[in-house]
Design a protein around this ligand. Structure first.
Ligand code: 1BN
Ligand code: ZN
Length: 405
């Protein structure tokens, strides 16, 4: 019990008094200097308002005088040691400010090289339309396999028959594995085929398209990631999967960007990912999560939240968009819903339960860009800045999925 006017108060007693006065001061929040101020305040505070200074002084015993004196010496001493620094003729010591470090530093990936990614996109387009069953398709597959191998990856070619709505075609999924021995794995995927028709074009709608964005852009990013990974030593298994026969589907009567998931022709699309999900390249294969890249290189691209990803891989989607924000890419990756797209990630999630996020260009509420499934999908619409933004975000996700060694 602390009584007012009690001589020789200890700090703990003062604290108790403050608590009793409902001031809720915690021990850990009181540094030594404040203790002294508190003590001085307390000594002042404990004097009844009606007492004169003289009267109070007379009542104070020697112990109080000693304590008061000590406090005065400490406070004034502290002040005087600071004062010389304020003299104009004495130069201030150079203060080197230390940046405040976060408790756990965030892992950053090396710079993603968009010039190199662009070169890889162009190389694919130079083969011509890569429609399953054609010679351009075969030649491009051989080049993809040799390029991944050249970058030190272990490649599996998964050949299958793609049963399209208009016939059966030879197709191949290409799985390029970085550190195939590691159990902790992630998938970065894209489709590598291009559409057999330009069904949204007024000119030559029955001819196949080059698919610079719709096909080659995603694979261009995968190839550059392979080049980055080869000497990185980054401690996570990465499967760079090029799905075939994604774009042989039958266009439905409704919008391609369905605002609600609906019935129809969805299983005529994404034949490669459907095959892979039913015939995993390794029995019992698992991955932490996957990222699908589809149309990731066009000028003016926007990557909003794709609906199936939000519904089934919301945590991973939020993580990707938060990396984008951290990298100053919130314009490219707006946090708005973009509708539901029946893309390869849909079949991967349906068949394996591995959460997978689709990064896909949906530039406005009308849906895909005007070039989509037309002959305008050529190198003219490819923008290195878009490749760079997507590549840097995905590279960061890979580096952050790695376990510290
Ligand atoms: C994406 C790009 N897709 C094809 N080219 C997949 C898709 C399938 C999109 C059906 C909409 C509907
Ligand atoms: Zn397409």
């Amino acid at each position: 019990m602390v009584r007012k006017g009690q001589p020789g108060l200890k700090i703990e007693q003062i604290r108790r008094f403050y608590r009793a006065g409902n001031q809720q001061i915690q021990h850990s929040t009181i540094p030594a200097f404040i203790e002294i101020v508190l003590a001085t305040n307390m000594l002042r505070k404990i004097q009844p308002k009606s007492f004169s200074l003289k009267y109070t002084f007379m009542k104070t015993n020697i112990r109080q005088i000693v304590i008061f004196g000590l406090i005065a010496v400490l406070v004034l001493g502290g002040l005087f040691t600071q004062l010389p620094a304020c003299k104009p003729d004495k130069p201030l010591p150079k203060v080197v400010e230390q940046p405040t470090k976060p408790a756990v530093p965030l892992v950053m990936a090396p710079a993603f090289n968009a010039d190199s990614a662009y070169y890889f996109v162009k190389k694919q387009v130079d083969f011509g339309p890569r429609v399953p069953g054609t010679s351009a398709h075969k030649k491009c597959a051989a080049w993809l396999v040799s390029t991944f191998k050249r970058h030190g990856l272990t490649v599996i070619e998964q050949h299958f028959k793609a049963v399209a709505y208009f016939g059966t075609l030879d197709a191949v999924n290409i799985i390029a594995q970085y550190k195939p021995e590691l159990p902790n794995r992630i998938i970065i995927a894209s489709h590598w085929d291009s559409r057999h028709i330009a069904d949204k074009d007024t000119k030559d709608p029955n001819k196949p398209i080059l698919g610079a964005d719709d096909g080659a852009s995603g694979v261009g990013v995968l190839l550059e990631l392979a080049r980055m990974l080869q000497d990185s030593g980054v401690n996570v298994g990465v499967d760079l999967i090029c799905f075939d026969a994604e774009d042989l589907g039958k266009e439905s009567e409704t919008s391609v960007v369905q605002q609600v998931a609906g019935p129809n022709t969805e299983e005529t699309w994404c034949l490669g990912s459907q095959y892979w999900a039913a015939n995993l390249h390794k029995p019992g294969y698992r991955a932490q999560f996957g990222i699908l890249l589809d149309m990731v290189g066009a000028k003016g691209a926007r990557f909003p939240y794709e609906g199936y990803s939000t519904a089934n891989a919301s945590g991973q989607q939020a993580a990707i968009w938060s990396v984008a924000k951290e990298l100053g890419l919130e314009d490219l990756f707006p946090k708005r819903p973009g509708g539901y797209i029946t893309d390869d990630h849909f079949f991967v999630m349906k068949g394996t339960g591995i959460p997978m996020v689709d990064i896909i260009n949906i530039p406005n509420e009308k849906g895909f860009g005007a070039y989509h499934h037309t002959h305008a999908d050529n190198m003219d619409i490819i923008d290195k800045a878009t490749l760079k933004g997507v590549g840097q975000v995905v590279a960061t996700m890979i580096y952050r999925a790695a376990k510290p060694i």
